[in-house]
Design a protein around this ligand. Structure first.
Ligand SMILES: NC(=O)c1ccc[n+]([C@@H]2O[C@H](COP(=O)([O-])OP(=O)(O)OC[C@H]3O[C@@H](n4cnc5c(N)ncnc54)[C@H](OP(=O)(O)O)[C@@H]3O)[C@@H](O)[C@H]2O)c1
Length: 249
């Protein structure tokens, strides 16, 4: 069956919230959810201009878009984002915890500030958003989709704090699935090497040779997996789905 037809309008009347949704993978997720019929709120921190463009693109798909400034490291800011989303769209059905930071650092050189920044953003952020959103999601029998990483499944020596934060997101996904059922299903998507550079770098070329499907991933590949967890009449919860072309095998 044609994928677009199968998902078209499957989220009609639903309200989705995508953190860090102004650009890159978050934007692709926001547009995929809007394309399937959902009204979409995106949060941004520094990317205000891109957020305006993404809201515009959501509205061109015939859905209501809404952008909010939010720092996922601040409990107060997360609280405000969830409350504003519900005030604007009347309900909340889908939470996508996408906002994150990534950096390279030698494990024995990582500072306390670097470690805390990664965990406060990548791990505590999804926890805070889920904790605020859960009463609304229970009311709608909603879904949470966390963005994990292949780096949370496989150790990368020069990204030790990032990998640990994403491994924690994977475990948090499983804990949430047990805690938030039966009303709310919780799953994670673990992207592999997603290429968003204008020209492939040497490292990207190396990754392609290691990937059974012989290409890098696109933001749309990730958005399709998120859309699956958001829209399918699913009996699946607590699962981590790698979307990596087989790179992790
Ligand atoms: N790209 C990859 O190859 C890859 C691979 C594996 C996993 N992932 C995961 O997939 C997701 C999306 O990847 P990406 O590369 O598109 O992400 P990204 O560009 O690195 O970050 C997404 C957004 O997170 C927001 N953000 C960062 N810190 C924040 C904070 N303290 N408060 C609020 N928002 C904050 C930023 O918003 P502003 O721009 O508005 O500041 C940014 O646009 C992430 O969870 C990432 O870890 C990506």
């Amino acid at each position: 069956m044609n994928y677009e037809l199968r998902t078209a309008n499957s989220l009609l009347g639903k309200s989705a919230l995508v953190t860090g949704g102004a650009k890159r993978i978050g934007r692709a997720i926001a547009l995929a959810l809007a394309g399937a019929g959902a009204d979409v709120t995106i949060t941004f921190r520094g990317s205000g201009d891109e957020a305006v463009e993404t809201v515009d693109a959501i509205e061109q798909l015939g859905r209501r878009g809404f952008a909010l400034e939010c720092n996922v490291r601040s409990q107060q800011s997360v609280r405000h984002a969830v409350a504003s989303t519900v005030a604007e769209h009347g309900r909340l059905d889908i939470l996508v915890n996408n906002a994150a930071i990534f950096e390279s650092a030698d494990l024995d050189q990582i500072t306390l500030e670097q470690w805390d920044a990664i965990f406060e953003t990548n791990t505590r952020g999804p926890f805070l958003f889920a904790r605020e959103a859960i009463p609304h999601l229970r009311a709608t029998r909603g879904r949470i989709i966390n963005m994990g990483s292949l780096g949370g499944l496989h150790p990368w020596a020069d990204h030790g704090h990032y990998c640990s934060s994403k491994a924690a997101v994977h475990m948090l996904t499983k804990c949430m699935a047990k805690a938030f059922g039966p009303e709310v299903a919780v799953n994670a998507v673990a992207p592999g090497w997603i290429d968003m550079d204008a020209e492939p770098t040497e490292q990207t070329r190396r990754m392609v040779t290691k990937t059974p499907l012989r290409r890098t991933g696109t933001p749309q590949d990730i958005a399709a997996a998120v859309l699956y967890f958001a829209s399918s009449a699913s009996f699946i919860t607590g699962q981590i789905m790698p979307v990596d072309g087989g790179l992790g095998l």
